[in-house]
Design a protein around this ligand. Sequence first.
Ligand SMILES: NC(=O)c1ccc[n+]([C@@H]2O[C@H](COP(=O)([O-])OP(=O)(O)OC[C@H]3O[C@@H](n4cnc5c(N)ncnc54)[C@H](OP(=O)(O)O)[C@@H]3O)[C@@H](O)[C@H]2O)c1
Length: 328
Amino acid sequence: MKQEIRWGILGTGRIAGWFAKALTVAEGAVCYGAASRTQEKADAFAAEYGFAKAYGSYEELVKDDAVDVVYIATPVREHFENMKLTLAAGKHVLCEKSLTVNAAQAHEAAALAREKGLFLMEAMWTKCQPVFRTIKKWVDDGVIGEVMAVDASFYTATGKDHRLYKHALAGGALLDLGYYPVTCACAFLGARPSAVFSHSIIGAGNVDYLDSIVLEYAGGKFAHLSTGLGAEKTAGIYILGTKGRISIHDELFFQAQRAQAVDFENNVLASCEEPFLMNGYEYEAMEVMECIRAGKTQSALVPLDDSIAVMEILDRCRANAGFAYDFE
Ligand SMILES: NC(=O)c1ccc[n+]([C@@H]2O[C@H](COP(=O)([O-])OP(=O)(O)OC[C@H]3O[C@@H](n4cnc5c(N)ncnc54)[C@H](OP(=O)(O)O)[C@@H]3O)[C@@H](O)[C@H]2O)c1
């Protein structure tokens, strides 16, 4: 029986509900406290997902001594302040992606966690999932030879009233969606490209609704990435090596439950199928709890340096477009 870890959830929106469901299959996870900016929402969330406590403010949750770790599930603009609040109260943190609005904030959050000796991880659920981990192992083992290129995209369509179109919440395609192709390119080609080229189109709501990105690496390696709002939900990836390729297009690549590596004649080099226990968020919860039980302050699967490096690339893309948020 694994040591119990009591979870608090900060913010009761869409992703908070999915994560709360995932906790029910993560051994040792206790759905302890839910916090909202309003007591009514906290009560409703706690009742629906079986949380013992419901708080009408984020401050009350982080002050509760019984909470071991807080999952921050608020819009990107709020992450930095929410992390500071939670870390200052002495609680471990799992914070939704992107970790912050910019790299400066990410550095500061990481430094605060370090200073306090607390665990901090970006909720990059994909890197914790079994299929992603298997693909990473294939790549590290040279199954497709040397990786020369990554081609990835993520598009989605929402109503114009969605947070993605809200400048004041750090909306836009890049921080919410483009984050995935960039993170995966870094995972397979390295977190520090030699050059970042990009073009963004700024549109409705004064947010970026299309971003086209090229990351250049030494040795002629590159990533070709794109992201955008207003198009049917689709997310695909090619990882191209000197001996073959891995491609995921028949499902959203960041939540893939099967994958195949093939050579240039389409002979299968490796394949895997790993159905989720629940919805895919359980693996990041398990990773956080394993790290906390082991007394670690960072996850080897989602290290803070990687999260910071991605924020630096996203900063460069926004600088290339001359696009900053009013509140930065
Ligand atoms: N990993 C993934 O697959 C995935 C998927 C979707 C979203 N996300 C990430 O999860 C975060 C939340 O996304 P979501 O889709 O769950 O958003 P959402 O449905 O809009 O929920 C966000 C929640 O944050 C709280 N909040 C705090 N300050 C707020 C403010 N100023 N304006 C609006 N809400 C505020 C609200 O909860 P209270 O009213 O209860 O305080 C709200 O319900 C984002 O960072 C996003 O990037 C990740």
